[in-house]
Structures are given as C-alpha cells and as structure tokens.
Design a binder for this molecule. Structure first.
Ligand SMILES: Nc1ncnc2c1ncn2[C@@H]1O[C@H](COP(=O)(O)OP(=O)(O)O)[C@@H](O)[C@H]1O
Ligand SMILES: [Mg+2]
Length: 241
C-alpha cells in the first residue's frame, strides 16, 4: 500500500463539545491524486476540510499529513507542514490589492522567496497578473476564486484542500476552474476537494467519497462513483432532475 498524503481515521469532530458533526469519517488521499468528497448539504464536507487544516478540533480518531499526526496543531503549523486550504467563503482580503493577498499567503513560509512564488502564480493565473494592483474586492467571482487558490498555493503546499471551488461561478468559469484544478494537480499538488457540481467533479477525480450525516456512505473511483445508480439516485440528483 502506498502511504497517504492525507488521511483521517475514524475521525470524530465538531464545533462544540456536546455535538459531533463528523461521526467517524475515514478518508485517504494518495500522492498526486485528485479526490472529491460529495454529499448532501450539512453532511459535514466543509467540517471535514476544517478538521484537516486544524480549524475544528478532532475529538477522537486521527488526522495525518504525510504520515505525521497533525490533530491538535494550529492551522499555521499545518500550512508549514505542506497543506493548503481554500475556504468556500471569505477567502480573500477584499480591501487589499491582489498582489498583497499573495504576499500574505506566503507568510507561513519565511524560507521561500517572494519573487519566484509570485512569478509561478502569475504563470498559472495570467489574469491575476493583469489585475495585480486592483483590490481583491473588485474582482469578478471567477478571478476571486483564482486569487484564493493562488494565495493558498504561495507556500508551495504538497496538498491542497478546496471547498466548492466552482460555487456561484458562471459556466465558463466553472470549466476554467476545473481545468486549473487539473493543471495544479499535474504540477505535483495532491488535491482534496468538496464539490456541489458533483458529477462533473467526480468525473475528473481519481477517487471519490460520499459523506452523509457525518459518516462515510460510498467510495470508489471517481467516474465509477458518478455512474453508480444508487449514488446517482441518492446523492447526485440523477432521478430527481
Ligand atoms: N461554525 C459552526 N458552528 C456550529 N455548527 C456548524 C458550524 N458550521 C457548520 N455547522 C454545522 O455542521 C453541520 C455540517 O456542516 P458543513 O460541514 O458545513 O456541511 P456541508 O459542507 O456538507 O454542507 C451542519 O449541521 C452545520 O449546521
Ligand atoms: Mg460546505
């Protein structure tokens, strides 16, 4: 078995002591994979990503990054260990220019030089170069999502967590965003994403998981999971229009 880059083992987690949101979730992401987590609203998908990046405490179970137990570490330390995170909302500083957002993204990695990292991000997202002096709050939805991804990529993460990267985007930006996720992955970044655009996301993923009520419901290869009639009926809206 290959060792996982990201792994949760029977993870129990929640926001307050009395309520568990994740009731024993086990997922694993191997090096260079794209893995997508889908499931109904409120299933705990965002909470799972927050537990991986250290924003929600693990009550029991294990959270591991490249074999290292990271449960209990603060988010900044987890970022330094090689994990990036793009939250679904409030993922840019609106009152700051694009380039300053990127500079802030590099903060956890004082050992990296700013210039080459900015160059790498502008090569990946040429649009951000054109807009580098503009306030993040003035970007379109698609550009803002690119900035959020670039900010998270500044510290050269080994793996990236994406919470609904295509939410609220116009169709042409949805295509572009999925292309960019694939291209980031080809550059050597392992991807774990949550997506409402589930069929589409699973089709481009090596593997996928369905979460329901804070538990694992189904898992499999991405395209096979998207085609599974049971999964389609219950979770992908296949028979509901
Ligand atoms: N900050 C929070 N404090 C308390 N409960 C929360 C918080 N965020 C989410 N929840 C609850 O956790 C459950 C799972 O939410 P979430 O992980 O956001 O689901 P999903 O991303 O799958 O839609 C929901 O019942 C939600 O109300
Ligand atoms: Mg969510």
């Amino acid at each position: 078995m290959t060792s996982a880059v990201l792994e949760t083992t029977v993870l129990v987690a929640g926001y307050v002591p009395q309520v568990d949101i994740l009731n024993g979730v086990s997922i694993s992401v191997a090096q260079d994979e794209i893995v997508t987590v889908v499931g109904p609203n409120g299933a705990g998908k965002s909470t799972l990503l927050k537990a991986l990046i250290g924003l929600v405490p693990a009550k029991s179970g294990r959270v591991a990054l490249q074999g290292l137990d990271i449960s209990g570490l603060p988010p900044s330390a987890i970022v330094r260990h090689g994990l990036g995170y793009v939250p679904q909302r409030e993922n840019v500083f609106e009152t700051l220019p694009v380039e300053e957002n990127l500079e802030i993204g590099l903060k956890p990695r004082g050992d990296l030089k700013l210039g080459p990292r900015l160059d790498a991000m502008y090569a990946l997202f040429p649009r951000l170069f054109e807009r580098r002096q503009q306030l993040a709050g003035n970007l379109s939805g698609g550009e803002r999502q690119m900035l959020a991804m670039a900010r998270a990529l500044m510290p050269e993460p080994k793996a990236l967590l994406l919470d609904e990267p295509t939410a609220g985007l116009a169709p042409r930006f949805v295509d572009l965003m999925f292309d960019q996720v694939a291209s980031i992955n080809r550059s050597g970044v392992t991807i774990l994403m949550v997506e409402q655009n589930a069929t589409r996301a699973l089709a481009m993923s090596h593997r996928g998981y369905v979460l329901d009520l804070g538990r694992n419901a189904y898992e499999g290869e991405g395209p096979a999971l998207a085609r599974d009639p049971k999964v389609a009926e219950l979770y992908l809206g296949g028979f509901h229009g």
